[in-house]
Write a protein that binds this ligand. Structure first.
Ligand SMILES: Nc1nc2c(c(=O)[nH]1)N=C([C@H](O)[C@H](O)COP(=O)(O)OP(=O)(O)OP(=O)(O)O)CN2
Ligand SMILES: [Zn+2]
Length: 147
């Protein structure tokens, strides 16, 4: 069984070497979809009976580990020195420095890496993260799937 929880957040970024307008500082209303697989919990009387995981727990973990960290932040590539140095000069600015260029693909892969260990199989139902999908725009998205 697969379940998916969607959350949204706002963030700024740029693609420093892009040959068109994405090299400019700009932002997106991103969406992240977290897909988990597992067996349906059958334990009588348990709050999670009938679920793979309570959607509110999927949300809580995603917020704590990724969404609240990235929301209203500027996501900058560590090698984008002009922008990362500028942001570092702004006291208290919410900046997330990434080892990769903040494309949808790299954000999906980064989020997968963060979340993979965060969804734990506490009910013995083989719960695991299967996919992280990042929407950069409603028309553009990237999937990182378990290989
Ligand atoms: N494979 C990828 N290609 C591009 C990415 C990416 O992350 N992965 N990112 C960008 C830019 O960040 C850009 O912001 C994309 O948005 P936009 O230019 O608005 O995209 P479109 O014009 O194609 O969207 P519309 O829905 O047509 O407005 C570029 N490429
Ligand atoms: Zn963009």
């Amino acid at each position: 069984m697969f379940i998916t929880r969607r959350l949204e957040f706002d963030a700024g970024h740029r693609i420093p070497n892009h040959n068109s307008q994405c090299k400019h500082l700009h932002g997106h209303r991103y969406a992240i979809e977290i897909t988990l697989s597992g067996n349906i919990i059958t334990t009588e009387g348990q709050s999670e009976q009938g679920m793979v995981m309570d959607f509110s727990d999927v949300k809580r973990i995603a917020k704590e580990k990724v969404v609240d960290e990235w929301d209203h932040a500027f996501l900058v590539y560590r090698g984008d020195h002009m922008v990362s140095d500028f942001l570092a000069s702004m006291p208290g600015h919410k900046t997330v420095v990434l080892d990769v260029i903040p494309t949808a693909e790299n954000l999906a892969q980064t989020a997968f890496g963060i979340l993979n260990g965060a969804y734990r199989d506490v009910y013995g139902n083989n719960l695991r993260l299967e996919r992280v999908r990042i929407y950069e725009t409603p028309n553009n998205w990237a999937d990182c799937v378990r290989s």
